[in-house]
Design a protein around this ligand. Structure first.
Ligand code: FMN
Length: 403
């Protein structure tokens, strides 16, 4: 029989801990978010439904996005034991220059709608944390204003090829003048994907004041107050527009573009060129041969073609097909540091994240983006250590098994 005694105050006292009170509600929410999925839950509560759905949603039945996330979820990580992991180095090269971590911020349109601090906040975090940021053509802060907000960040400009080629040339010249390091051409939008959540929500740009949105304002007063008391929401690189994002994309983008247009692009941009939206081994080979410095295996976060290939699955074959002729990056579906580690182990040189930082932005502006980076960085470091790896270059196919 276990002998029992009555606990004395002197024994209890050292066990009592008072958790410091965090008075700032944003800080409190961010501190309590331990994963990107947690940040997503905060984001969902903090933003109007149409805004959250625009960010969280994908095209048609959203099969592409679900499959991409499922593959990350279902793969197996295989550790090597008894390795010295007393220090783990996350440094990774993008375009031959180091980044503090193996993920960069993917280009995302309309960022100031998710939180009024918008692109400037993302660029500042990129600068502080030493990771690159790609500003979208569909951004809501101008090329020059983003550069002024984060002069020392590594910045890339993402371009869509428009029917009016001179407009693209003008944007490239502005990006060059403002110190952007590379051009990222997105090639998976010949026409807009069908983002059905946006259509169902009556989502429009700028947000229309309808009975539904006015009612929503009552439940998200802070978001609406910030929207109405800051610089009006508009695409910084386009003239004014009213309609859904899909309508806008279809009106502007050139569906007749082919790989021969890369020559035109090369003539207008003499810096590094990244091609984003590659989804087959053959296309990867073609754009590498056409002189791309980096290729992004991506299906636009599932926002374009539904039932598109899962980019992660393409990594080993594309790596083999292109060798070292171009850097190989991958995105779509990354929700944790372990996802990033798996992509690198399969042969990607680096990754991009989209929603992961946008959930942070919606949850708490610049501090939320910073929290997303902190979460991902910690997870990458811990996963590498648990795999017995102390440098990104040591990750290999022996560390992961795809289902
Ligand atoms: C809200 C949102 C807006 C986006 N806007 C753009 C864009 O303007 N240009 C672009 O090339 N990709 C855009 N993307 C795609 C991202 O660059 C990236 O490929 C995708 O988010 C990766 O998937 P993930 O969100 O699962 O990380 C957007 C993605 C989201 C979620």
């Amino acid at each position: 029989m276990t002998k029992r005694q009555f606990p004395s105050w002197s024994e209890l006292r050292p066990l009592l801990r008072v958790k410091p009170v965090e008075w700032d509600p944003t800080e409190r929410r961010l501190r309590d978010a331990l994963t990107i999925a947690d940040l997503r839950s905060v984001a969902k509560r903090r933003t109007p439904r149409s805004v959250f759905d625009y960010t969280d949603g994908a095209a048609e039945a959203e099969i592409t996005l679900r499959r991409a996330r499922s593959l990350f979820h279902d793969l197996e990580l295989r550790p090597s034991i008894l390795q010295d992991v007393s220090s783990v180095d996350l440094t990774t090269d993008y375009l031959g220059k180091p980044s503090a971590a193996p993920f960069a911020f993917a280009p995302t349109g309309f960022t100031r709608m998710m939180h009024h601090e918008g692109e400037r906040a993302v660029a500042r975090v990129a600068q502080r944390r030493g990771i690159p940021y790609a500003l979208s053509t569909m951004g809501t802060t101008s090329i020059e204003d983003v550069a002024a907000a984060a002069p020392d960040a590594r910045k890339w400009f993402q371009l869509y090829v428009w029917r009016d080629r001179s407009a693209g040339e003008d944007l490239m010249a502005r990006a060059k003048a403002a110190g952007y390091e590379a051009l990222m051409l997105t090639v998976d939008v010949p026409v807009a994907g069908a983002r059905l959540r946006d259509t169902r929500n009556g989502f429009a740009i700028p947000p229309a004041l309808t009975v539904k949105t006015v009612l929503d304002a009552a439940t998200h007063p802070a978001w609406w107050m910030n929207l109405l008391t800051t610089e009006p929401l508009a695409f910084a690189s386009l003239s004014t527009w009213s309609g859904t994002v899909g309508d806008l994309l279809d009106k502007l983008f050139d569906p007749s573009m082919t790989i021969d247009d890369l020559e035109w692009l090369r003539a207008s941009w003499d810096g590094p060129l990244i091609i984003k939206g590659i989804q087959t081994v053959d296309d990867a080979r073609r754009v590498a041969a056409a002189g791309a410095d980096a290729i992004v295996l991506s299906n636009h976060g599932g926002r374009q073609l539904d039932r598109a290939p899962v980019p992660l699955r393409l990594v080993p074959d594309v790596r083999q097909a292109i060798g070292d002729s171009a850097e190989l990056w991958v995105d779509t579906g990354i929700m944790s540091g372990a996802d990033i580690v798996a992509a690198l182990a399969l042969g990607a040189d680096a990754t991009l994240v989209g929603r992961a930082y946008l959930y942070g932005l919606m949850a708490g502006g610049e501090r939320g983006v910073d929290r997303a980076v902190e979460i991902l960085t910690r997870e990458v470091r811990r996963t590498m250590a648990l795999l017995g790896v102390s440098r990104v270059g040591e990750l290999g196919p022996q560390h992961v098994r795809l289902p």
